[in-house]
Write a protein that binds this ligand. Structure first.
Ligand code: FCB
Length: 472
């Protein structure tokens, strides 16, 4: 049996893996507008909730913000060349709503659309498939001023925005997801306040989530009507499989609850047209106001589920301690330090089997027509020594092991048709600012120089060894 032996990293990959992935499998990397673009005041872009949140003292690590980020807005041609030189055949990026509609609704800013039009042109010239996310958290500030995702009207505004973008790009872009990780937008944005807009109220989190889901469902037919017959439309969820730390019945019950609160909260309405029973009671909220027909809209059939997965949750029942009266669910807790496990800089356990497990489970329980792994990757404390590459052996292992896990899922019949490493470039990691580096390409922020990490080179070699369709 032949193996791909990357001597630099010492990681071996079973050449068998080749036959498991079809020739048109999407091998990509991902980014998001606010995390890489910078140019927040250029070409008519309106402000977003992240501009305001980052400008609020104490919200983001060291007061950092996305004003410059990886300056992708100005480095776009160079970045597309980097994608091409890695041999990726797909690129996932998000569109900044406030570049397209600076006020959230109303007047369209053509210069914003032009930027993404040029990006798509360049990608296609290089044979790279564009994979678009319409909302990766940068809500126009003007809509926040009208209550943002707490306002039902925002869902309708999103559907209008989706149509504007699809009218411009729909003839050339075949892969579309409406929202990225609505769990984060609602729970972290409106529940715990760790993300923009920084609201701390669990009731609000569930209302925001309902309007986000409604926005998704309303946007699907608008996208359908303005894209080609080939178009694959869907949504990306962050899904984390939950495991029991022991086999006590109360632990098993806690696992069910944790799964409901993190995964089923979004999966059930999208694929079954209802919220899980007991969801709102478990959260200690009365639930959002749901109008007739909302759940049918939310469950509008989609072609594709995007799955973001980084780790697992290991759960045990919570033992009450003094001072436990905060807003966070306290009937169970996550085991924070698993003996002998490796952790990333985010404090996330490296647990590659989670990826296979979550894919198999979603396929079994919800049977989406197709799945793409839209994010998977790791932050480590990378350092550049001035040479032509950055050594990141832990990320090489992380990606290689997760690809093995992905292979397992495919071998079990899960219809996964793409895999996107998070991230193409080091970038603004939300509340953690620039302190966490997820890129397979290092960004030296003072000079904006890009330097390949070994993980990028390893991924490029891995992809080069896959059966590929010839790009003419
Ligand atoms: C996900 C986000 C992405 C990035 C990674 C690390 O939750 O979608 O933007 O921050 O985590």
């Amino acid at each position: 049996m032949s193996i791909l032996d990357d001597t630099k990293s010492g990681i071996m990959v079973d050449a068998h893996i080749k036959s498991v992935f079809p020739v048109d499998f999407l091998w990509g990397a991902g980014t998001a507008s606010y995390q890489i673009e910078g140019a927040t005041h250029e070409d008519g872009r309106g402000l977003s909730i992240w501009d305001q949140f980052a400008a609020t003292p104490g919200k983001v690590y060291q007061g950092e913000n996305g004003d410059v980020a990886a300056d992708h807005y100005h480095h776009m041609p160079e970045d597309v060349e980097l994608i091409a030189s890695l041999g990726l055949n797909a690129y996932r990026f998000s569109i900044a709503w406030p570049r397209i509609l600076p006020e959230g609704t109303g007047t369209v800013n053509e210069r914003g659309l032009d930027f993404y039009g040029r990006l798509v042109d360049r990608l296609q010239e290089r044979g790279i498939t564009p994979f678009v996310t319409l909302y990766h958290w940068d809500l126009p500030l003007a809509l926040h001023e009208k209550n943002g995702w707490l306002n039902r009207e925002t869902a309708f505004a999103f559907a209008d925005y989706a149509e504007v973008v699809a009218r411009r790009l729909g003839d050339r872009v075949d892969w579309w997801t409406t929202l990225n990780e609505p769990w984060c937008s609602s729970y972290l944005g409106y529940g715990t306040g760790e993300h923009a807009p920084g609201i701390r109220n669990m009731q609000s989190a569930y209302s925001a989530a309902h309007h986000l889901l409604l926005a998704h469902g309303l946007a699907i037919p608008r996208l359908r009507a303005n894209t080609s017959q080939r178009a694959q439309l869907g949504i990306t969820l962050n899904l984390t499989p939950v495991y029991a730390a022991n086999d006590h019945p109360e632990t098993l019950r806690a696992v069910e609850k944790a799964d409901m609160m993190s995964n089923r909260w979004f999966l059930d309405p999208i694929f079954r047209g209802k919220y899980p029973e007991g969801l709102f009671a478990e959260a200690g909220v009365v639930g959002p106001s749901i109008e007739d027909g909302d759940l049918a809209i939310i469950a509008t059939p989609i072609d594709l589920l995007g799955v973001n997965n980084y780790s697992r949750s290991l759960i045990r029942p919570h033992v009450a301690e003094k001072g436990d009266s905060d807003i966070v669910n306290r009937s169970y807790e996550h085991v924070a330090a698993v003996e002998n496990s490796e952790y990333t800089e985010m404090g996330w356990e490296v647990y590659p089997q989670a990826l296979a497990d979550v894919l198999v489970r979603v396929h079994r329980d919800y049977a989406p027509r197709a799945i793409a792994v839209t994010e998977n990757g790791a932050a480590f404390a990378d350092e550049w020594d001035g040479s032509d590459h950055v050594s990141d052996p832990q990320r090489v292992s992380y990606i290689a092991e997760h690809l093995q896990s992905l292979k397992k899922a495919r071998m079990q019949g899960v219809p996964v048709l793409g895999y996107f490493v998070w991230s193409l470039l080091d970038n603004f990691e939300w509340a953690q600012g620039y302190s966490k580096r997820f890129g397979i390409i290092y960004v030296d922020y003072p000079t904006q120089r890009r330097i390949f990490k070994d993980s990028g080179s390893w991924y490029a070699a891995f992809i080069a060894a896959q059966p590929r369709q010839r790009v003419s």
